[in-house]
Design a protein around this ligand. Structure first.
Ligand code: B12
Ligand code: SF4
Length: 472
């Protein structure tokens, strides 16, 4: 499926770096920017040692299955390898599919290179002993353990020259924003997050000097003016953050950037470092507020408080950094109470800065997340085969303990009325554009603000109209 505003395929580029250094010829065919993509993939796969796919749980599975089947049909002898989160978490289930031959679990750079060497016949051809490798032997799965994260500086620079960078230039925090990763892993262990299993709470960064060199190269070679860091946790080391920020300023790269951070981490930065982060170009932080209910925060092991969320919002407001918060609904327990508590939290955030965004999602038990087993105990039925995971995401309900009425309430209040009640920059622009549409937006804003203030969502005709229009 062709998409617009597509981020660079960093997982494949990361794996390509050591493979290229070892002398292998790599072709990345990205189904998100080429349509139709299967003919190009089949052409690129001709004579390949293997075809590797990067697959997350959810929508990507649909394309991944179609591609894998097409490759197997055209070239039955070329191994199809799945890497990335989905297959790493569910190796037995994935290997049971006839269209997947091998899985590389966890960090893929070393295993992918070692596998290519073995298949090329330059080394022993057996598949034994490759870190994280899972494969079929006599029809039975052989499951390799997750490899420990290795130091990233041993790998050559992420090869941006093997993609058409113009296709991945996104108008986001800057007009020419490029995705870049500077570390892998996260030392925390939030209950809903699969990161813990994938990288065992390890964290490995590129050195600050290398990050600044890479970013300078992106600016000079490709005219990048902003960076969206893909790191799950860019801010783990204060020393490294300081050195990166100083480097960006010294080299006058004039980059704007965005990154993810834990609320507590940023609060615990000394004031001068928070300021340095802003001075070095940080314009947006993505923060997991998760819930306005302290009980829910404890339940998911977030190790933060609701007050931390307000605290970090005040810091961002003072610094002039846009804070974008994510929240989750539908944890086991008393979800109804969580809606009210999270509404109050959103109002508190908006009172600090009306432009700060808050996005609502539903708790989905991702395989590998610490809360997965408990969710199964509470009645969640995991999809029994690979393709059945296609529709699994954070916007729909997959858990039996929350009912559809609750979901509709969250969709209606959090995603519809609250954004109208406190409009962000995009909606403000529409409201101020003039003409009948702008008037309708203004009317909707006033009505939504009244409903939210009064907590009165009876007879939600506007919401029903919106749903009706969405269905037509
Ligand atoms: C950028 C990003 C996106 C981008 C697109 C990704 C892209 N590059 O095009 C967008 C915004 C589209 C996105 C969407 C979603 N994302 Co996302 N995303 C990320 C993010 C922040 C960075 C990915 C990245 O570039 N990492 C850097 C690379 C170097 O690391 P890596 O991905 O781990 O890759 C390594 C290994 O996995 C392995 N590997 C990966 N692919 C392959 C392939 C081969 C052949 C081999 C050998 C090895 C290999 O080797 C790589 C190098 O070590 C990650 C978090 C993270 N930091 O990884 C979440 C993350 C991958 N996303 C996640 C989720 C949940 C989603 C959504 C489902 C959220 C939603 N809205 O519901 C959607 C799903 C989209 C879909 N299913 O199609 C989860 C994945 C959980 C899971 N079980 O799949 C993550 C881990 C975030 C988290 N901690 O929860 N995402
Ligand atoms: S949610 Fe964020 S902080 Fe928590 S474990 Fe996952 S990546 Fe780390």
């Amino acid at each position: 499926m062709r998409e617009s505003n597509v981020w660079a395929p960093l997982p494949l580029m990361a794996v390509a770096a050591p493979l290229m250094e070892a002398g292998f010829d790599i072709k990345i065919v990205d189904g998100r920017v080429i349509h139709p993509h299967i003919p190009d993939i089949l052409e690129a796969a001709r004579g390949a040692l293997y075809v590797g796919l990067s697959v997350m749980t959810g929508l990507q599975i649909r394309d991944a299955v179609a591609i894998s089947r097409a490759v197997k049909q055209s070239y039955p002898d070329i191994p199809v390898i799945w890497g990335g989160y989905h297959a790493s978490m569910l190796p037995e289930q994935t290997l049971a599919e006839p269209y997947v031959d091998i899985i590389i679990r966890g960090q893929g750079q070393i295993a992918a290179t070692e596998l290519a060497r073995r298949l090329a016949g330059t080394e022993d051809g057996s598949l034994e002993g490759i870190p994280g490798l899972c494969y079929k032997q006599d029809g039975k799965p052989v499951i390799g353990a997750y490899p420990a994260l290795v130091d990233l500086d041993q790998f050559p620079p992420t090869p941006y020259d093997i993609i058409d960078t113009e296709k991945y230039m996104v108008n986001d925090v800057g007009t020419r924003t490029m995705k870049y990763f500077s570390s892998q892993g996260c030392p925390f262990g939030c209950g809903f997050c699969a990161e813990t299993s994938m990288y065992g709470r390890g964290w490995k960064p590129f050195s600050a000097e290398r990050v600044v060199d890479d970013l300078e190269n992106l600016v000079k070679k490709y005219g990048v003016n902003a960076i969206d860091f893909a790191d799950t946790n860019f801010f783990v080391s204060k020393k490294r953050v300081r050195a990166i920020c100083e480097g960006l300023i010294e080299r006058k790269l004039n980059l704007k950037w965005a990154a993810d951070v834990r609320t507590k981490q940023f609060i615990e930065f000394p004031g001068d470092l928070q300021q340095l982060v802003r001075d070095a170009g940080c314009r947006r932080l993505l923060l997991g507020a998760e819930s306005g209910s302290q009980e829910a925060l404890e339940y998911i092991g977030k190790q933060t408080t609701v007050e931390d969320t307000f605290h970090v919002a005040r810091i961002c407001n003072r610094l002039g950094i846009t804070a974008r918060f994510t929240t989750m609904f539908g944890f086991p327990g008393e979800p109804q109470k969580d809606i009210d508590a999270t509404m109050k939290m959103i109002e508190g955030i908006k009172a600090i800065n009306e432009n700060f965004e808050v996005h609502g999602f539903f708790f989905a038990p991702y395989p590998g997340a610490p809360m997965f087993d408990e969710a199964v105990r509470l009645g969640f039925a995991p999809p029994p085969y690979t393709e059945a995971w296609e529709d699994f995401d954070l916007t729909e309900l997959h858990t039996p303990w929350v009912d559809p009425v609750y979901k509709e309430k969250v969709d209606m209040i959090i995603d519809f009325y609250m954004p109208f009640a406190s409009p962000g920059p995009e909606l403000m622009e529409k409201m101020n554009a003039g003409g009948p549409k702008a008037l309708a937006y203004k009317g909707m804003h006033q009505l939504a603000a009244w409903r939210v203030r009064k907590r009165d969502f009876r007879a939600p005709l506007e919401w029903r109209l919106k749903k009706w229009r969405a269905g037509h």
